[in-house]
Design a binder for this molecule. Structure first.
Ligand code: ATP
Length: 258
């Protein structure tokens, strides 16, 4: 039997802000290839977890490992280069650029030709740009937004803007994709389509995906394992079924009186 490989491990992860424990002693292990959910009420610490994984914050204590290697406290660009990409709760697109241009700028992450190569249109620059174009088109197709590639990002319906964010993240060729509330603001139909997209890209791009969201329909549909946090602490980890039946989870969401 082969040993389990973990794409991401939070090991006693703690982050406090001047005495406020946003994340306290959280242990989470995400197997390679899994779609993993982290849920919890408002202010539970979910975004702080993503910010600590991606190097926005240095953990106060504990460790973050990617494929067994510690990445805690590394700068964000180094962590991105190691293969972690993310989307944001508040959509971050170049609103006045076209859909295609938004994706192409992300593809530049993979290019390494020099300024002079670009000026003189060297073979290297032409080759890398052709590759980037091919990747852009394939990603737009895979996520079902190639028909709007020439539209200005700001003019897209909300659900498509969120998909475009996912395409931009995929264009950096990540191994681990972190989705921060990808279904926020989506209607039922858009959420259902998003679930399909998430399942598809996991297989097509050999990804490990971690999602934080309030939308239980998406989380329960796509996540094989879910961790629930409340006030920065891990309440429980389990399958969608196990988590939904867990009394401490029900209490955290519905609120209990002392
Ligand atoms: P939501 O679902 O509302 O986005 P969340 O689960 O993502 O919430 P966080 O944004 O991680 O929660 O916040 C967790 C706690 O840490 C909150 O009490 C928040 O006020 C606090 N916090 C987050 N970032 C900072 C910061 N930079 N400085 C001080 N406190 C912070």
């Amino acid at each position: 039997m082969s040993a389990v490989e973990y794409a991401l491990e939070l090991d006693h992860l703690t982050k406090d802000f001047g005495g406020i424990v946003a994340v306290g002693d959280v242990n989470i292990s995400v197997e390679k290839g899994m779609i993993y959910g982290i849920i919890g009420p408002n202010g539970a610490g979910k975004t702080t977890i993503f910010n600590t994984i991606t190097g926005v914050y240095r953990p106060t204590s504990g460790d973050v490992r990617m494929f067994g290697q510690s990445i805690a406290g590394k700068p964000t660009h180094e962590i991105a280069n190691l293969g972690i990409a993310r989307t944001f709760q508040n959509i971050r697109l170049f609103g006045n650029l076209s859909v295609y241009q938004n994706v192409f700028t992300s593809c530049q992450h993979n290019m390494d030709y020099t300024f002079l190569d670009g000026i003189f249109k060297s073979k290297k620059s032409r080759h890398q740009e052709a590759e980037a174009h091919e990747l852009c088109m394939r990603l737009l197709q895979n996520v079902g937004i190639e028909h709007v590639k020439d539209q200005i990002a700001d003019n897209l319906p909300y659900g498509m803007q969120r998909r475009l964010e996912i395409v931009r993240a995929l264009a950096t060729k990540p191994k681990v994709l972190l989705l921060d509330e990808p279904a926020a603001g989506m209607n039922e139909e858009e959420s259902a389509e998003l679930s399909q997209v998430i399942k598809y890209i996991r297989g097509a791009y050999n990804l490990t995906i971690v999602i934080i969201d309030h939308h239980m329909d998406v989380i329960m549909d796509v996540c094989e394992r879910i961790s629930v946090i409340n006030f920065g602490r891990l309440l429980t980890t389990g399958t969608a079924d196990e988590v939904q039946k867990n009394q401490s989870v029900i209490d955290a969401y519905l609120g209990v009186e002392d």
